[in-house]
Design a binder for this molecule. Structure first.
Ligand SMILES: *Cc1c(COP(=O)(O)O)cnc(C)c1O
Length: 559
């Protein structure tokens, strides 16, 4: 093993594979929730001193940096960064076969260090190295470069290259954890390595699925697979494991993993028709408590519940904090956000106005514009108490309808201009997320069920005493207790409703709860509001954190 690896050979025996990972603001190799979850997985593993090594792609030009024109069109810029400022290129080199020739793969070593002593190595795979022709160097440039040939090449580098690099570095891996189907090819590499012994490979593999609809699973036509990957595994075996018509990465992972899980409890209900014949377990996602708690709340948590960051269960004792200190911590965070907005725009937001936040990928099912369904109602609510809205989120570069959603939000901002203060902040990333999930009063989420696998920004909000107001989908089905931890929008999933009825009820809840419950409580019953803030911390953050999540992976998936 390389000298610069300060780990005992063989100690790190769980390999966590993820196409994207959100570790640090300066390392833009994530696009959204999946990458943030991977980052939180690694951060909690470091705190808990787990024997884990993470494997991902270097994505040297990042995902993209988002610029928004004054009328709301997204412009994408490469988000180039310099790996050598953060990590070290290891000398070991392996090869993978792509389009019938060798492509060299190296790895950069990054260390995620815990404040309390643990460290986790993260290997960033790179093909942009001496000896590779330009077209192979490009493989590791952009995160999710395209859907077809480049994506498959990236998945070969991640899955096959990842296993080979771990071998070359001398790791003795006993568990391979695939975070979503992008790394499924690792199981094929193991199959090849172990003489096509399916049972042996299954013993080694764990698969976590984040995609609650079949249509969204990664699939590649077999002629493309053959062209790009060559005769890596006999075609009849591949079809048996990955599907007859196309290579389905989810199916491949399902067939080659001993343990499979979804990321929220609702998978238990949906998985029987989504994945018939497979046993799907559940480990609900969580967020890294220390990372997603803002400075002012960290301070009062440290004062009243010392040790909370490495033992988030202690947040159950949040009621020991006096109400005024909760409110002051919140107002500190709110000032940071409002100042940031007022310094960067001329919207002129206020500290004392009820502030609603909405930040997530701009794509159809997330329904960023649902709150604008009835502008008169919004104006009326605003008259009663005053509200201001803060939006953020990137659309995937190839998601034209997602880009139009951002544009629509801008159009609504124009229509409500002299009445309601609304802003769309560009370039949503980890740093902006930290400001938003701590600095607003209410965190709004309006996905179209059942498309939200879990969602995690609402868990971050809860860590900062920000109240969730959300459609009952993903994690919120588990976190929601009406008027205790937050408020629901629309029917519970156990109710059968037509699409039309669902929408009617969603809009009723959205506007009625804002007008008759949320706005009056915020302005007139501050004590009740603070009680709900404490409940968010003591009943949501206490449970929906990645320390609990990793302990579950250890006891249920890894051993
Ligand atoms: C937390 C986070 C997400 C995921 O939030 P969801 O609620 O799952 O949409 C996406 N992007 C960034 C930058 C985040 O910090």
């Amino acid at each position: 093993m390389t000298e610069c690896l300060p780990y005992i050979l063989g100690k790190q025996n769980i390999a966590f594979f993820s196409m994207e990972i959100g570790l640090d603001g300066g390392i833009p190799t994530y696009s959204g929730g999946l990458g943030i979850l991977a980052g939180d997985t690694v951060r909690s593993s470091a705190d808990l001193k787990l024997p884990l090594v993470a494997v991902t792609l270097i994505s040297k030009k990042g995902y993209f940096r988002q610029e928004l024109t004054p009328d709301g069109w997204q412009i994408e810029h490469p988000d180039e960064w310099d790996p050598s400022q953060f990590m070290k290129l290891l000398p070991e080199e392996v090869k993978v076969q792509i389009q019938h020739k060798d492509v060299k793969v190296k790895a950069w070593l990054y260390e995620v260090k815990s404040l309390i002593g643990g460290a986790i190595p993260v290997l960033f795979l790179d093909t942009d190295i001496d000896g590779n022709p330009p077209e192979d160097r490009e493989i590791s440039y952009f995160l999710y470069g395209d859907n077809g040939i480049n994506r498959l090449k990236q998945e070969i580098v991640l899955g096959v290259g990842g296993v080979r690099i771990l071998d070359a570095l001398g790791f003795q891996i006993r568990r391979f954890h695939m975070n979503e189907g992008h790394s499924s090819l690792l199981a094929l590499e193991l199959l090849r390595k172990y003489g096509m012994d399916v049972d042996r490979v299954r013993d080694l593999c764990i698969f976590t699925t984040h995609t609650p609809i079949e249509a969204a699973h990664d699939k590649f036509p077999y002629d493309l697979v053959n062209e790009v990957a060559g005769p890596f595994i006999p075609l009849d075996t591949l079809k048996k494991l990955g599907g007859q018509d196309r290579l389905n990465m989810t199916l491949l992972a399902l067939n080659l993993s001993e343990y499979v899980n979804g990321v929220s409890k609702k998978y238990q209900d949906t998985s029987s028709h989504l994945f018939p014949g497979y046993q799907i377990n559940t480990i609900t996602n969580g967020v890294h408590s220390h990372t997603w708690t803002c400075e002012s709340f960290r301070k009062i948590f440290d004062k009243y519940m010392p040790g909370w960051a490495n033992e988030p269960e202690l947040l159950v004792r949040v009621d020991t904090i006096p109400d005024e200190e909760i409110w002051h911590a919140h107002m500190d965070a709110k000032r940071v956000l409002i100042d940031y907005i007022n310094e960067n725009t001329n919207i002129g937001m206020n500290y004392d106005t009820l502030t609603i936040g909405f930040a997530r990928r701009a794509t159809g099912y997330k329904r960023a514009t649902l709150i604008f369904s009835d502008l008169d109602k919004l104006r009326k609510i605003n008259k009663k108490g005053g509200i201001q809205l803060i939006f953020a989120g990137k659309a995937h570069p190839r998601d034209e309808s997602g880009k139009r959603i951002i544009k629509e939000v801008f159009d609504y901002i124009g229509k409500l201009k002299d009445r309601v203060k609304i802003v769309y902040l560009p370039n949503y990333n980890m740093a902006l997320s930290c400001k938003m999930v701590s600095g607003v009063d209410v965190w709004l989420n309006t996905p179209l069920p059942p498309l939200e696998a879990s969602g995690s920004s609402g868990m971050k909000a809860a860590h900062n005493g920000v109240l969730n107001f959300s459609v009952l989908d993903g994690w919120w089905i588990e976190g929601w207790i009406e008027e205790v931890t937050g408020w629901a929008i629309g029917p519970h999933p156990s109710e059968e409703t037509s699409d039309e009825e669902r929408r009617t009820r969603e809009l009723e809840d959205l506007y009625n709860k804002l007008e008759y419950v949320i706005v009056p409580m915020y302005y007139q019953r501050r004590d009740d509001w603070i009680t709900m803030m404490k409940n968010s911390i003591g009943k949501i953050a206490y449970y929906f954190n990645s320390h609990r999540m990793m302990r579950r992976y250890i006891t249920e998936a890894y051993f």
